[in-house]
Ligand binder design. Structure first.
Ligand SMILES: Cc1cc2nc3c(=O)[nH]c(=O)nc-3n(C[C@H](O)[C@H](O)[C@H](O)COP(=O)(O)O)c2cc1C
Length: 219
């Protein structure tokens, strides 16, 4: 599966099968996390077989079932956009391995997570991982013209980039971002909203995959 296919197939999944990852999958997920850490200066940590963080013992946690695996998005402070960018790179790598996911900023128990957070670092959020009971569902989306300066004569790569950005997960599906283009120079800006900077990194990663890095540059 290519990253673009992974973008098209990915939806948030919150209900998982009671099925542990096999060793090959754990090893591939660890490798993907290490790649993000090396390239992006992140300190993402893969946690497997830890049921506490998603215990459904309160109503607010109730939407998650059988979640025992997650990646803790630890990074230096002030790196919200990079956390989004590399977190989504990891999500798409997981999707290509047949592993479903959901970004989770709120509905997990921070206190119980077995995660190392050093001085000057922060646990931004986690991404739940597992084999979904199903692969999730398409949800409502804004249109290209709502989030960009797209026109009828815009190049195909720009259309493809915006389409991929609109398939990206954003907090509460807010899709508060905006793309603008001047020739082959593209800007992407975060709107106001919760976790808007993390969202921005996520949608920029999708845009790069959709548009093709060789077709444009970030202004
Ligand atoms: C930064 C961020 C934080 C999120 N936090 C939560 C959360 O706390 N609980 C939850 O159930 N879903 C959470 N989500 C998942 C979004 O609700 C979901 O991505 C959005 O509704 C779009 O649906 P999709 O991922 O299926 O495309 C979060 C997503 C992002 C990007």
């Amino acid at each position: 599966m290519t990253e673009l296919e992974a973008i098209r197939e990915r939806h948030s999944v919150r209900v998982f099968k009671d099925l542990p990852f096999d060793r090959a999958t754990v090893s591939a997920l660890r490798k993907a996390a290490e790649k993000c850490n090396k390239e992006g200066g992140m300190r993402f940590q893969l946690i497997v077989n830890e049921p506490e963080a998603f215990q459904a013992d309160r109503q607010s946690y109730g939407s998650f079932q059988n979640c025992r695996n997650y990646i803790a998005l630890v990074a230096p402070r002030g790196k919200d956009e990079q956390v989004g960018y590399y977190g989504e790179k990891f999500v798409l790598a997981a999707q290509t391995l047949g592993v479903n996911s959901c970004w989770v900023a709120l509905t997990y128990k921070k206190g119980k997570t077995d995660v190392r957070v050093g001085a000057g670092e922060k646990l931004y959020m986690v991404i739940a991982l597992g084999y979904g009971e199903n692969h999730g569902h398409a949800r409502k989306s804004k249109a290209p013209a709502d989030v960009s300066d797209i026109t009828d004569d815009a190049p195909q790569w720009y259309r493809d980039g915006i389409e991929a950005a609109l398939l990206a997960p954003t907090a509460v599906n807010q899709q508060k971002f905006r793309f603008e283009r001047d020739g082959d120079a593209v800007t992407a800006k975060a709107g106001f909203g919760v976790y808007a900077k993390v969202d921005l990194g996520i949608v920029k990663y999708h845009f790069e995959v959709g548009a093709g890095k060789e077709n444009f540059r970030w202004a």
